[in-house]
Design a protein around this ligand. Structure first.
Ligand SMILES: Cc1cc2nc3c(=O)[nH]c(=O)nc-3n(C[C@H](O)[C@H](O)[C@H](O)COP(=O)(O)OP(=O)(O)OC[C@H]3O[C@@H](n4cnc5c(N)ncnc54)[C@H](O)[C@@H]3O)c2cc1C
Length: 268
């Protein structure tokens, strides 16, 4: 194995989703100031890449398109074991939809070069379109397999055995290289980050690239280059109703059970 690229999207930490707001003009989410975490499925993609590296050698490179603050999240991936990272960051990328993001990530893959596999998560927990992986494969003119639940390393004939989940079962595929895959969480259990990994990550390289390096046409990137136009976006507000039940323990339990029935959580 030569090189595996893992696309890693920093997403707003679900613990802080109450702080996500909306830009009324661009109708895009404002994520500034909200701590980021690695998109959960991308951890599974990274685990798969690390396991392949352990059995077949090669290099694992993280690839992200995100603002510069994403470096903290990228370090987590480096601490988990990736060799280095490439962060694509430029104000002209802001507002990119999935197609424009795929254009930029494809340019990033070409810039890195000489890769055998590009691994993605099946979907992100914020955008959740599940479009990125196939768009990326199309732009790189490579085969694409989604819903990967098993990767069995290279067979004797030099192919990769891939198990793909379909509606009523599983398909086993043999693929040559390079190939673009997106994974489901059943694929593996991401490893814990060791303390030594955290220390090692500090000295690993994060290469920052702008569009001056990638040269993607302005008509393909940012809001202007995004065919998806948001007609509207509404954030649901959840307000908790607080009520204190008073009395003896028996009274409180009785009132609580009545309320649970009233809410329809349990039917009589
Ligand atoms: C009009 C419009 C404007 C938008 N403006 C912004 C904006 O200003 N800022 C913003 O952050 N988002 C913006 N978005 C959201 C952004 O388009 C999506 O987050 C992005 O296109 C990826 O889509 P997704 O998360 O649904 O990907 P999915 O297909 O659900 O993701 C699958 C996998 O693709 C990979 N992946 C996805 N995105 C990235 C990435 N950026 N870097 C590396 N790997 C990735 C990951 O491996 C992920 O698990 C905008 C969307 C629209 C429609």
């Amino acid at each position: 194995m030569n090189r595996i690229i893992v696309c890693m999207k920093p997403v707003p930490d679900p613990k802080h989703w109450d702080k996500v707001s909306m830009d009324p003009e661009t109708k895009t989410l404002k994520r500034e100031g909200i701590p980021s975490v690695m998109n959960p499925l991308d951890k599974h993609a990274l685990e798969a890449a690390l396991a392949l590296r352990e059995s077949h050698g090669g290099e694992v490179v993280l690839l992200s398109m995100a603002p510069p603050f994403a470096k903290t999240t990228i370090r987590e991936g480096l601490a988990m074991g990736a060799d280095r990272a490439v962060l694509l960051s430029d104000r002209v990328f802001a507002g990119s939809d999935s197609l424009a993001t795929a254009e930029i990530l494809a340019a990033g893959c070409r810039w890195i070069g000489d890769f055998d596999i590009v691994l993605c998560g099946n979907l992100s927990i914020d955008g959740s379109t599940a479009q990125l992986c196939s768009q990326l494969a199309e732009m790189l003119d490579l085969p694409n397999v989604m819903h990967v639940t098993g990767l069995e390393g290279t067979a004797a004939d030099g192919t990769l055995t891939i198990i793909q989940k379909i509606e009523n079962g599983y398909v086993t595929l043999a693929s040559g290289f390079p190939v673009v895959l997106s994974v489901r969480k059943e694929l593996n259990k991401p490893r814990y980050i060791p303390f030594t990994g955290i220390l090692a990550a500090e000295s690993k390289e994060i290469t920052m690239l702008s569009n001056t390096d990638l040269c993607v046409g302005p008509e393909c990137i940012g809001l202007a280059g995004s065919p998806t136009k948001m007609a509207g976006l509404e954030l649901r507000k959840f307000e908790r109703r607080k009520e204190k039940l008073e009395g003896t323990v028996d009274d409180i339990v009785k009132k609580l059970v009545e309320k649970i029935y009233q809410c329809g959580v349990i039917e009589c």
